[in-house]
Write a protein that binds this ligand. Structure first.
Ligand code: ADP
Length: 462
């Protein structure tokens, strides 16, 4: 099968979150299954010739190769993509995001013909790529080259929909007949994700539980009705993890490599992390790690309420992430109050992330909702026990055999569960058994890639 993957961020070239991990790993897994795959993404400023092996295809298209022979095509535009950030800066989202990503989607479709790659499936990810199915079905279909190409849309987080003011609609070059309740209109605004849902042949999200949750009012962010209508075409496939990147046996960023047979190796990583974080070198109290966007979705509302009590427990806490300035301030205040307990890193730092996964004992991820979540999968691999709220992909991957789960979303339950995890940590025999079980969990991409192939086959029959 020939597959073109369209995503706005792809590891190793650009990343703000889990989407990039998936868009970087899925093509590799599909290639291993014998499929022919290309990837198309914007070329941001950080994707420099000096950092990657990049070749030129045409005036505005360059490419690099991943895996054995997967071409990742970069769409260049000085005007739209040659910027420091992907989606916005400290002032919020870039004002021209509609123009930027509609340009990307159109250019991606044009490119297929230029490179004479007629895919069976275009697999688009999140709202930034959602105009691909919209343009394909409503504009490009007139050209025979685009006949019979099917589309699969993966929703990584339905909370991000690409909402724009109605008066921007004319810039999309789409007929106004599509701006209605059966099309891209959403409460008098443009909703790009909704367009993707309507015009894709198959929709999926990144865990079975989340695929059901988004069809409810509580989790659907207003799109539950559209999803319900297409119910028969909505699926859930758990993300895999790229174990060539996330593996304590081979990880080059961590102080000491270790495996399930040498879990003692974690101690050196804990020491290293404590040193970096200027925390007291203590072996006997648990070190809790967080690598996350500082957002309500990630549980920071209940965490902010419980943090003072948590810091009074016998533990240490390292937080890496950026996000809502409100939570930056709350955590900064905690650092002032409990400098020997909490260490805060308000930045994006891949190296430190690896060190936190390896050096912590417990990984705190109390997300309010979680489409799949990669943090818990990574932490399991590193024998760092996840502590999660039972929702979405967290419910599908963490249970009492490999972690700590609470099922009522409140600061009290969070605090109780943290206390419980500390008690368990003190029982070394129990703890080591838990670490061993966690490290044995397997969320490799192989299985997920096979599931995606079934989905593509289904799309082809549409
Ligand atoms: P999201 O909803 O943000 O995509 P996921 O758990 O699916 O959450 O994926 C987050 C990914 O981004 C993980 O690989 C995590 O390690 C990484 N990450 C998040 N914040 C940071 C940060 N501040 N520095 C480095 N990596 C980060």
């Amino acid at each position: 099968m020939k597959i073109a993957i369209c995503a706005s961020e792809v590891v190793p070239f650009a990343k703000t979150g889990g989407l990039a991990d998936v868009a970087g790993a899925l093509p590799l897994a599909l290639e291993k299954e014998g499929e022919s795959v290309i990837v198309i993404m914007p070329r941001y400023k950080a994707i420099q010739d000096s950092k990657f092996d990049i070749k030129r295809f045409s005036d505005d298209i360059s490419y690099s190769v991943i895996g054995k022979n997967i071409k990742v095509y970069f769409i260049e535009s000085d005007n739209y993509f040659n910027r420091d950030q992907l989606y916005g800066d400290k002032n919020g989202d870039y004002k021209d995001n509609l123009d930027r990503f509609s340009y990307y989607c159109k250019r991606a479709l044009d490119l297929l013909k230029e490179i004479e790659f007629k895919p069976d499936i275009i697999h688009v990810h999140d709202w930034q790529a959602c105009l691909v199915p919209v343009y394909l079905k409503n504009v490009f279909r007139k050209d025979a080259f685009y006949k019979n190409i099917k589309t699969v849309l993966t929703i990584h987080n339905i909370g991000y929909q690409g909402l724009f003011a109605k008066d921007e609609y004319s810039r999309l070059g789409l007929d106004w007949s599509l701006f209605n309740i059966e099309g891209l209109e959403f409460y008098d605004k443009i909703n790009i994700l909704k367009g993707g849902l309507i015009f894709s042949d198959i929709i999926n999200t990144v865990s079975p539980t989340y695929s059901k949750e988004i069809q409810t009012k509580e989790f659907g962010f207003g799109l539950e009705g559209v999803l319900n209508k297409k119910k028969a075409s909505v699926f859930g496939i758990l993300n895999g993890l790229d174990y060539s990147i996330w593996n304590p046996v081979t990880d080059k960023f961590i102080a000491k490599n270790f495996s399930v047979n040498s879990i003692g190796g974690k101690a050196k990583n804990k020491e290293d992390l404590q040193a970096i974080c200027k925390l007291p070198k203590k072996k006997d109290i648990p070190l809790l790690g967080i690598v996350s966007r500082l957002a309500e979705q990630k549980g920071f509302d209940i965490l902010a309420e419980a943090i003072d009590n948590i810091c009074r427990l016998d533990l240490q806490l390292v937080i890496l992430g950026t996000g809502d300035l409100k939570y930056h301030a709350i955590m900064e205040a905690m650092v002032k109050k409990y400098p020997k307990v909490i260490s805060l890193h308000l930045k994006f730092d891949d190296t430190l992330a690896h060190k936190i996964y390896a050096g912590s004992d417990i990984f705190l991820m109390p997300s309010k909702y979680e489409p799949c979540g990669l943090g818990q999968l990574i932490s399991l691999k590193y024998g760092t026990i996840p502590l999660v709220f039972k929702t979405g992909g967290l419910a599908d991957t963490v249970n009492k055999n490999n972690g700590f789960v609470f099922d009522k979303y409140s600061r009290e339950e969070l605090l109780i569960t943290v206390e419980k995890s500390i008690t368990t940590f003190q029982d070394k025999k129990k703890w080591n058994a838990l670490v061993t079980k966690a490290m044995k969990c397997d969320f490799s991409w192989e299985e997920s890639a096979k599931e995606y192939l079934k989905l593509y086959a289904k799309a082809k029959t549409k």
